[in-house]
Design a protein. Structure first.
Length: 244
């Protein structure tokens, strides 16, 4: 199957894409299904907006970063396998092999660097979905932090749909400093994609503002769903807001 980086059909995720071998896709799907079943029992996750993830072709999935659970929870609801970046220090024997087998590739902690950008673009051109956390690191307080300025250039250069994804509950389950997740509901929302045409002609600052705003909207949607799940009787200002 030949994937086009400019094609952005949107629909319910279907069969695994050809950005990896059938064996790799089968292994990923096994881990995804197993993780999803465990998370459903232990955490009680729910996801909305899956129809916003393109059924074919390359795409960037950008998300807030609150926990080590994030990359797993983003992938669990989707049938398409994800590619994601990971700190180069994690690529040690055994762990590094596992990360690579599930679509991970290394970057330096300080930033993407040339090799990270090239590998991201290569996987997008092969029709893959690449996960990025534009904050650059996990939050300390559960709130969305400022986005790294460098993400604007990568997003503009990618030429693929940008799907903003919001996570809520992963911080409460596994924040910094905790090694074992506590039981807590998790909500995931995949927002409306930003088409490459929307970014054409924008300055880096404008791109960063647009991406940040759409990401905040997805996080708010996920947070509202989590609030409703954890305390159904409590008035939710997010749900009554005109912008919601």
């Amino acid at each position: 199957m030949k994937a086009s980086a400019t094609k952005h059909d949107v629909g319910e995720p279907g069969r695994p894409q050809a950005d990896r071998s059938r064996l790799s896709a089968a292994w990923y799907d096994l881990v995804r299904r197993s993780s999803g079943a465990l998370a459903a029992v232990y955490l009680g996750w729910r996801a909305t907006g899956r129809e916003n993830v393109p059924a074919t072709g390359g795409a960037l999935l950008i998300s807030n970063h609150a926990s080590h659970l994030d990359v797993f929870m983003l992938g669990v609801p989707l049938r398409r396998p994800l590619n994601y970046v990971a700190r180069s220090t994690l690529f040690v024997p055994v762990l590094g092999f596992l990360i690579r087998s599930l679509g991970g590739f290394p970057i330096e902690r300080e930033g993407f660097g040339v090799s990270g950008v090239k590998e991201t673009l290569r996987r997008l051109r092969r029709g893959g979905v690449v996960v990025l956390f534009p904050e650059g690191t996990r939050t300390h307080d559960g709130n969305l932090g400022p986005l790294k300025p460098g993400i604007a250039a990568l997003v503009s250069r990618a030429g693929v749909p940008i799907i903003p994804a919001g996570l809520a509950g992963t911080f409460e389950s596994l924040p910094r400093g905790r090694s074992i997740p506590r039981r807590h509901p998790i909500r995931i929302h995949y927002g409306t994609p930003i088409a490459p045409e929307e970014l054409a002609g924008l300055t880096s600052a404008a791109v960063l503002e647009l991406v940040g705003e759409r990401l905040r909207q997805s996080v708010e949607t996920a947070r509202s769903a989590l609030d409703a799940a954890t305390d159904p009787g409590r008035p939710n200002p997010r749900q009554s807001s005109p912008e919601a």
